[in-house]
Design a protein around this ligand. Structure first.
Ligand code: PEP
Length: 258
């Protein structure tokens, strides 16, 4: 069985002290939840602080981005090796904010995927359409293009390390959640693509997360959607109680299933 994966993307929020407080609250409030994998993605500057707090717990850490090279003249970037050294097991790759605001291309995403896996970092690769693309009926084509590109250098044996986050751009940070039907259709499509690209058995091991205005009040509905294996949470992850109630929704669902 795939353990649900719930990821807190803190984006560019929090000093080290604030991140430490939030991490402690999540750690203490989440004690006893063993059937959900919880991952925190603080800003780079808070990674080592948060790592020191979570090190002996089941909580894992993610970087919000990495460069594809190991070292070099890349001002402002950090390498997968550096993220690993700071205690990260995961990395978010190709978030729509990076694609949109920092012109990150499909090719850059592909390079980062390969580099992350080479350094033993598990990629959480984000795909998803803009509102304009959805209105034009291009949702599936956009997801397929982004996923094909991202997996270009990822072989069959590595695919189980990859999580795909379906994040419709129009639902991120807008309070506008995709409907269960829209989420189910997109996740089915991602699963089909994974199977076609890397084989049925291998694709089954991949977790597909939903992201886009996930909150405590819509999490219970989300966990029931087929092929939703977790969530990537932005805004609601900045309040420990809100984030934990999303984690608990996945916990209750796993308990109900077993
Ligand atoms: C995100 O940043 O990936 C995200 C889903 O943000 P929010 O939950 O705020 O929509």
């Amino acid at each position: 069985m795939k353990l649900p994966l719930v990821v807190a993307n803190w984006k560019m929020h929090g000093t080290q002290a604030e991140a430490a407080t939030l991490a402690r609250q999540v750690l203490n409030g989440g004690r006893g939840i063993r059937d959900v994998e919880v991952v925190l993605a603080p800003p780079f500057t808070a990674l080592s602080t948060v790592s020191a707090i979570t090190i002996d717990s089941a909580i894992q850490l993610a970087a919000q981005n990495v460069h594809w090279e190991t070292e070099g003249a890349f001002t402002g970037e950090i390498s997968p090796k550096m993220a690993r050294e700071l205690g990260c097991q995961y990395v978010i790759i190709g978030h729509s904010e990076r694609r949109r605001l920092f012109q990150e291309s499909d090719q850059a995403v592909a390079q980062k995927m390969v580099a992350a896996l080479r350094s033993d970092l598990r990629p959480i690769v984000c795909v998803g359409e803009t509102l304009r693309e959805r209105k034009r009926g291009k949702t599936n084509a956009v997801i397929a293009r982004q996923l094909r590109a991202a997996l270009k250098g990822v072989g069959k044996s590595a695919i189980e390390k990859v999580a795909v986050a379906y994040e419709p751009v129009w639902a991120i940070g807008t309070g506008r959640n995709a409907t269960p039907e829209q989420i189910a259709a997109a996740h089915r499509w991602v699963r089909d693509l994974l199977q076609r690209l890397r084989g049925k058995k291998e694709a089954e091991r991949c977790r597909i997360l939903y992201g886009g205005s996930v909150r405590p009040d819509n999490a219970a509905e989300l966990v029931k959607v087929p092929e939703v294996n977790g969530a990537l949470v932005g805004g609601a992850s900045l309040k420990a109680e809100a984030f934990l109630s999303i984690v608990r929704a996945f916990h209750s669902e796993s308990v109900a299933e077993s």
